[in-house]
Design a binder for this molecule. Structure first.
Ligand SMILES: CC(C)(COP(=O)(O)OP(=O)(O)OC[C@H]1O[C@@H](n2cnc3c(N)ncnc32)[C@H](O)[C@@H]1OP(=O)(O)O)[C@@H](O)C(=O)NCCC(=O)NCCS
Length: 160
């Protein structure tokens, strides 16, 4: 099935979606081998942890195909800045523009919330994520830093 990315709707997910989100994390993160194992485990959240985050500071946004969630990310707001993170696309739907679509929605979300900046943290060798920030006008903020043990990331910023 060819996904019509132009018509893709990014929607706010709720605790009703937690079991499906848990399955997607389990599908994607254990094999995301560019990340250290500890980080992959940390990113494979259980449904209880997902619900806890939703009740806290996190907005989960996702994309469905035929009713099933095939991609998602989460956003949180601190002062005038939105942090976008944990982008997760089902392997069968990678490379079809879903991450790009969700980045664009993140920019719209930041505008809607009247935030001034967006931050994302990216592994320097995560090519798809790097392409997204480059084409959408983000710039490097500072240098590499250790987000987790032996995992260096680059923060990118975009003014909105
Ligand atoms: C990284 C990830 C989110 C990218 O999602 P995606 O939907 O495949 O990305 P897109 O289809 O929007 O691709 C963005 C760009 O990267 C390119 N791209 C996608 N996958 C690629 C790959 N494996 N190698 C090289 N380029 C790739 C696309 O062609 C596109 O290029 P363009 O800007 O020139 O058009 C997805 O692969 C994923 O879930 N990976 C595992 C978890 C992860 O690393 N998450 C990132 C957390 S910050």
């Amino acid at each position: 099935m060819v996904l019509q990315v132009d018509k893709t709707r990014v929607e706010l997910l709720s605790s009703k979606d937690a079991a499906e989100i848990e399955s997607l994390f389990k599908e994607v993160w254990p094999t995301a081998i560019e990340y250290p194992e500890k980080w992959r485990k940390k990113r494979t959240l259980s449904r209880e942890e997902i619900v806890k985050e939703m009740k806290g500071d996190y907005y989960y946004f996702g994309v469905r195909v035929d009713g099933r969630i095939v991609g998602l990310y989460k956003a949180s707001i601190k002062k005038d800045t939105v942090l976008g993170e944990h982008q997760t696309i089902h392997p069968s739907y990678q490379g079809r523009g879903l991450a790009t679509t969700m980045y664009k929605q993140l920019i719209n979300f930041a505008k809607k919330k009247k935030c001034k900046k967006i931050h994302v943290n990216i592994l320097p060798n995560q090519i798809a994520s790097k392409k997204c920030v480059d084409k959408l006008g983000f710039h490097k903020k500072g240098g590499l830093w250790e987000q987790a043990k032996e995992m260096l990331v680059q923060t990118y910023e975009k003014e909105v």
